[in-house]
Ligand binder design. Structure first.
Ligand SMILES: [Ca+2]
Ligand SMILES: [Ca+2]
Ligand SMILES: [Ca+2]
Ligand SMILES: [Ca+2]
Length: 444
């Protein structure tokens, strides 16, 4: 008799040196002598040696202009600035450091809590793309589809959205809830082998495992009763400009919800494999795996190789093991493996609990990441901070989606190549054992 051997994987809920900067100042010089000296330096800068500044730029390009006294000077370092200022301060009307202004693109109140956007330059990327047209599959514990910052952010399978309202209405077609009939009719309208799969599917069937909540049978309602999937979804795709919460890194991508983990945080490799194949067959371009363990499951690897052959870019968390033990699926060569960084006292470095080692490709922020979490009766539309490679992997998935939305034909290997070559070194130059090719940046 066929005996089922299943492995199960545990979710990673808990889930990089900076050179001394030059100093730039804007000055207003009223003193004619100093003004002429600066103009001379500006005009003849290539012939001056031993200057304390590396760059001098006038505001206007004509010496007889009313604003010709304004210059921006970049000093090699703070001590050359102090020395120069000592000698010239009497001749200067105004001096202040060059200030950085930000675009007020979004009205989401919690953006200041999402420090990772500044590190990975999310908003610079958003001037070009927000991930439009890309479907990202999230294999996880499902999603809180009631959350106000996630509503409207999910992929919709139009054929199964039988009431045609562009939303997932997870009750029977014969029931009316708030004046709306449901999308569930038990019929597989699009003939893909799954009935009523409007936003994805719940692949969990874990009779072998002890659990709580929804874990015994697969069904079309991938609701999150853990919180893990909801926090991952928010990092990738929380709604932008809705005056609520924060902002996802690819807020105009569409999230396909592939539930393969139950409330207990356990997921079996056959359920994960089915979710991967479903994703590859139903239009997913990017797949996020914020989970893993030491087992190189063959059924999961077969599914991953199939998805890879269909040009799906897969991103996995490197693990929270503080070491370099084997870890899968991130350790499979088809998967981009992501470690986690933390940011403290203006420095970014490897998060102390992050796994690292030879299979790690990239690093992304993964400590105290502010994102959506499970809504419950006392805390609707909740947010919280989470740490771990479960939070860093979705940043890379979202970055891959931004690339894919501009260049739809990129292959997984090309996406990996672009992300690793545009990453910013936060530990050692080039690839290193701890952060891979270093921390992603969306500025490219
Ligand atoms: Ca509907
Ligand atoms: Ca179907
Ligand atoms: Ca149906
Ligand atoms: Ca928002």
């Amino acid at each position: 008799m066929y005996k089922k051997h299943k492995m199960f994987f545990t979710l990673f809920l808990f889930t990089c040196s900076i050179a001394q900067a030059q100093l730039s100042v804007n000055i207003w010089v009223a003193n004619n002598r100093l003004k002429q000296d600066l103009w001379k330096i500006h005009t003849l800068s290539n012939h001056h040696k031993n200057l304390p500044f590396s760059q001098l730029k006038p505001l206007v390009w004509f010496q007889n202009h009313p604003l010709s006294g304004w210059f921006t000077i970049t000093f090699q370092d703070s001590s050359s600035y102090v020395n120069w200022l000592q000698q010239n301060k009497e001749k200067i009307q105004s001096i202040e450091p060059v200030k950085n202004f930000k675009l007020h693109t979004y009205n989401d109140p919690d953006i200041p809590k999402q420090y990772h956007h500044e590190l990975i330059k999310t908003f610079e990327a958003h001037t070009i793309t927000k991930g439009q047209g890309v479907i990202i599959g999230i294999i996880d514990t499902g999603i809180d589809f009631f959350h106000e910052d996630l509503q409207g952010q999910m992929f919709i399978n139009d054929a199964e959205d039988i009431n045609g309202n562009g939303k997932f209405d997870f009750w029977s077609k014969d029931s009316i809830v708030n004046g709306v009939s449901g999308d569930l009719d038990g019929i597989d309208q699009d003939g893909n082998g799954y009935g009523d799969d409007v936003i994805g599917y719940d692949f969990t069937d874990q009779p072998r495992l002890l659990g709580g909540g929804d874990y015994l049978f697969e069904d079309p309602v991938p609701y999150d009763d853990n919180q893990h999937g909801t926090l991952v979804a928010g990092i990738i795709g929380a709604k932008a400009n809705n005056q609520k919460g924060g902002v996802g890194i690819a807020p105009e991508s569409k999230l396909m919800i592939l539930r393969a983990f139950a409330a207990s945080g356990n997921g079996e490799d056959d359920d994960i494999a089915r979710a991967i194949v479903y994703a590859a067959d139903n239009g997913v371009q990017i797949l996020n795996f914020s989970f893993g363990d030491i087992y190189p499951s063959q059924i999961m690897h077969a599914a991953i190789q199939y998805a890879y052959s269909k040009r799906v870019t897969m991103v996995g968390s490197a693990g929270n093991g503080t070491g370099d033990n084997p870890h899968y699926p991130s350790g499979f060569e088809e998967v981009i493996s992501v470690s986690a960084s933390m940011f403290q006292n203006n420095r970014e470095f490897l998060w102390p609990l992050s796994s690292y080692g030879g299979t790690v490709d990239l690093c992304a922020p993964g400590a105290a990441i502010y994102t959506t979490t499970l809504t419950d009766s006392t805390n609707r539309n909740a947010h919280n901070e989470f740490s771990g490679t479960s939070t860093s992997a979705p940043m890379v998935s979202a970055a891959a989606a931004l690339l894919k939305s501009i260049y739809p034909n990129l292959s997984p290997i090309q996406i990996k190549g672009i992300l690793t070559s545009t990453a910013q070194d936060i530990q050692n130059p080039g690839w290193d054992y701890f952060t891979g090719d270093s921390r992603i940046s969306n500025s490219s």
